[in-house]
Every structure is written in C-alpha cells, then in structure tokens.
Design a protein around this ligand. Sequence first.
Ligand SMILES: Nc1ncnc2c1ncn2[C@@H]1O[C@H](COP(=O)(O)OP(=O)(O)OP(=O)(O)O)[C@@H](O)[C@H]1O
Length: 121
Amino acid sequence: MKKRPSNPFAHAFRGLQAAYLSERNVKIHLAAAALSVALGVWLELSMYEWLWISLSIALVFLSELLNTAMEALVDMVSPTYHPLARKAKDTAAAAVLVAAAFSLLVGGIIFIPKFWSIFAL
Ligand SMILES: Nc1ncnc2c1ncn2[C@@H]1O[C@H](COP(=O)(O)OP(=O)(O)OP(=O)(O)O)[C@@H](O)[C@H]1O
C-alpha cells in the first residue's frame, strides 16, 4: 500500500501546540512578544528597530522550542536522575536565558530612550 506523504507543516504546528500547552514559559514569551509589538506600533519604530525586535522574539521562541524538545528527549531516555541528563537540561535552559537576556538588552536599547523622551518632558 502506498504511504500518504506526510505534511511537515502539520507536524510543526503540532509541535507549536504541544509547546504552548505544556510550557508556561511559552505563554510568558508570547505575552512579552505581544507587549513589545504593541509598544512598537504605539512608538512607531523604524524598520531597523523592528528588525531587532523581530530577531529577539524569534531567538527567544527558537530557544524555548529547542529547550522543550530537549526536555522531552531527556525525560524519555533518562527518566531517573543522571548527571548527563542534568547537564543537557541545564544547558538547554541556559540557551533560553541567553536569548531572553539578549531580547531584554535589545528592548532596553530601543524602548528606554523613547520612554525617557516621552515621560521626562
Ligand atoms: N533526569 C534528570 N537527571 C538529572 N537532573 C535532572 C533530570 N531531570 C531534571 N533534572 C534537573 O532538574 C531541572 C529542572 O528539570 P525539569 O524537567 O523540571 O525542567 P524545567 O526547566 O523545570 O522544565 P519546565 O520548562 O517544564 O518548567 C533541570 O534543569 C535539571 O537540572
């Protein structure tokens, strides 16, 4: 019997849905991304500012999705304590931290001077 070709988009959307449903951090990142986009629209960011904000949002989601994948894999191969499982999970979590720190830096560089000029008058 001929196998039906699988739809890679369907798999990817299932992954997005699984990460959204299982990870509290994904919801927090989504809220932070929505807030920065709303602020960006309100403050009429330039094209380059939008590019930096988009890169930050993408990096945070990429790292969080890879972290979620890593957690699932580690839980499957090492359900009991193992130092290498700990190393894998901690390192994946560190990747999310680096991306979040980068996005805070970008947000600070872009938004703080704009808020300063609005509220310091
Ligand atoms: N099998 C394991 N062996 C060793 N250490 C583990 C193991 N599972 C988890 N840990 C340690 O516990 C920490 C938290 O693991 P957990 O699976 O709860 O991830 P989490 O970051 O809390 O996930 P979530 O994003 O779901 O909150 C890991 O970063 C790691 O240090």
